[in-house]
Design a protein around this ligand. Sequence first.
Ligand code: MG
Length: 383
Amino acid sequence: MAATALPAACAVPQNGPLAQRAFSEPDHPYRSPFQRDCGRIIHSRAFRRLAGKTQVFTRRGSDHFRSRLTHTMEVAQIARTIARALGLNEDLTEALALAHDIGHPPFGHAGERALDEALQQFGLRFDHNLHALRIVEHFENRHLEFRGLNLTLAVREGIVKHSRDYSAQDHPELAAYLLDQRPPLEAQLIDLADEIAYLTADLDDGVEAEILTLQQIRAGVRLFELQFAPIAHSHPGAPEKLLFQETLKLMLNALADDLVAEIRRRVRERGIQDLEDIRRTPERIAAFSTEMEEFRRDAKEFLYHNLYLCEDLRRGHQQAANVIADLFAAWMADPALLPPGYSSQVDAEGAPRVIADYIAGMTDHFVLEMHRSVRQMVVPSRS
Ligand code: MG
């Protein structure tokens, strides 16, 4: 797809200031710095734990639902394809995709909200991007010579900035990450590759869970119906299940093709020649076209109303919130009950932050196990 490639200088170079690490290391003879970052993320404990974390569905009796790990692999596949089509840095894009959900707590967004609420009582917040940065900078300890994974500056900057902007005033600790500049395109496209992955996957899992039906999706998601109608017409008598799967693929491709074309259009229209131009542009360059953006919003709204906020999932969200609130309260009441590696951090970081770090790292399974054991010791039972 060389015809869609951007000017070569728009890509983050394999070597240069953004490939620098906080602790300098000799170059590898045949792996790029960002390829090494992919390796370090894949081999981390936090990455493996994504297998035990909810994407949308918690323990619903099917082995076919996405976990955060399989979701992450889908995002990496989509993001790398888009980066290749545009001639961007594929290794960097893949590293950012692999790390994009590494800071997510157990129980999906319900878990994140519960942790954030618990921390707000102490004037703190939980933010999964900033937590991801703490993981790669502090909590992963697998190297003799440095703490954390010692990832390149581009990957750490992308972990912080891929999905939102932070003001230097509110976050002076992030000053090293060029907060007054837009992130490179490799980071900008991650959030959209994430959306492409989950918009289609959640329809799939929603049908698998028997919460959504094909008819409901056809009536409620215009982008789906646009792809479904012609192939149903050209394949009379084809099994519904295959038409559904085929349509999801077409929908995913339509979103990815649109993103590639729109990024290319914006770069051309604004006369962008290199990475510095991308960084100086007031708005993000990675976006869907106006028409596709409407389809995207429409699909997301459908998922909110019919899946994420449905009664069935809401019950699970409430249970998840209770479990996290109970654990948080129990350890606040007696931080000495934390494992030694965490209780020893309480003086330096304060109990609320240390407890949130500990809970955020847990898998769904482990947090429930901790809840059972800690509750027996201290928490008055919730009636
Ligand atoms: Mg994600």
